[in-house]
Design a protein around this ligand. Structure first.
Ligand SMILES: [Zn+2]
Ligand SMILES: [Zn+2]
Length: 159
């Protein structure tokens, strides 16, 4: 969910070499508590705003892809600033048309709120989930959870 206008949806890396802007609200926002995300961020969870790659304008340096090992064997690339290494987004499953933008890299990270909590089975025990936001032990069926408009947007970029 988006709490503000898209003007707030600009972001970038720690050194400022990578800058980007989302040109619309994301389709959906994940808070992922899986162990891979914990390891790869060094934190308790990751916040990913799922949005069409075509709706992310990149300014400045192009992020560099780092290949992550995955249990499923499906590709996961994390895109990082070539200078400071900040992770700005991920691509999953070799799907280049959808980006998982790291919400914490937004200039106003509070502008975007999680729509779903996933992999709650490995959630840190002290993290309390909010009432009224769907939460799943592992992954989930987006067809049952996403708003119709977001499903439509996703269909348009997955062939
Ligand atoms: Zn940087
Ligand atoms: Zn995860």
């Amino acid at each position: 969910m988006i709490t503000t206008t898209t003007e707030k949806l600009a972001g970038g890396c720690a050194c400022g070499a990578v800058r980007y802007r989302m040109t619309s609200a994301p389709m959906f926002v994940h808070c992922c508590h899986c162990l891979d995300c914990q390891r790869q961020t060094g934190s308790a969870f990751v916040l990913n705003a799922l949005i069409e790659a075509a709706r992310v304008e990149t300014l400045g340096a192009d992020p560099v892809r780092f290949e992550m090992p995955t249990e499923s064997g499906r590709p996961h690339g994390i895109y990082r600033c070539p200078q400071c290494g900040t992770a700005v987004w991920s691509e999953y499953g070799g799907l280049a048309t959808i980006r998982f933008v790291r919400v914490g890299t937004l200039d106003d990270p509070r502008a975007v709120v999680p729509d779903v909590h996933i992999y709650v089975r490995s959630k840190q025990p002290w993290v309390a989930l909010p009432e009224g936001v769907p939460a799943f032990d592992a992954y989930y069926d987006s067809r049952k959870v996403w708003p119709a408009e977001s499903l439509e947007r996703r269909r348009a970029v997955i062939r």
